[in-house]
Design a protein around this ligand. Structure first.
Ligand code: ZN
Length: 131
């Protein structure tokens, strides 16, 4: 089972919860026990797992990355978005979550977030579910 999620971002830096879209793909796959791989095929975006219960956590992650990888530093890349590339590589473009009894094995407070670092854009996120 191989599916694509479309993520339309609205800001340059933004973390978007995509857990429900992933759950829908797992339900559609009818795989009860296995693994779900999530891959972001972009060089200025990423994927991470962190807390959703307090939405300020995602905002803090985004703001901290902006602080430690500032947009205006002395980068060489002529496109002008080196900070976005550095954030993408720092966070990483893939995650996996185990599937048990048809559901994602996530901690109580965990959600899967698509991380935009060079928005707004229309993005893709690839999800593969296997036994
Ligand atoms: Zn670039």
């Amino acid at each position: 089972m191989f599916k694509e999620i479309t993520v339309i971002t609205k800001r340059r830096n933004e973390l978007r919860d995509i857990t429900e879209e992933i759950r829908a793909i797992i339900t559609e796959s009818e795989i009860d026990n296995g693994v779900c791989h999530i891959f972001v095929p972009h060089t200025t975006a990423a994927v991470t797992i962190n807390e959703k219960a307090d939405p300020d956590v995602a905002v803090d992650i985004s703001r901290t990355l902006e602080k430690i990888v500032p947009a205006g530093w002395e980068y060489r890349h002529a496109e002008g978005n080196s900070d976005s590339h550095v954030k993408s590589s720092s966070v990483g473009v893939s995650e996996f979550v185990l599937i048990k009894d048809g559901g994602l094995v996530l901690g109580t407070w965990q959600s899967v977030f698509f991380c935009e670092f060079d928005g707004p854009r229309t993005r893709k996120c690839i999800v593969r579910v296997s036994e």
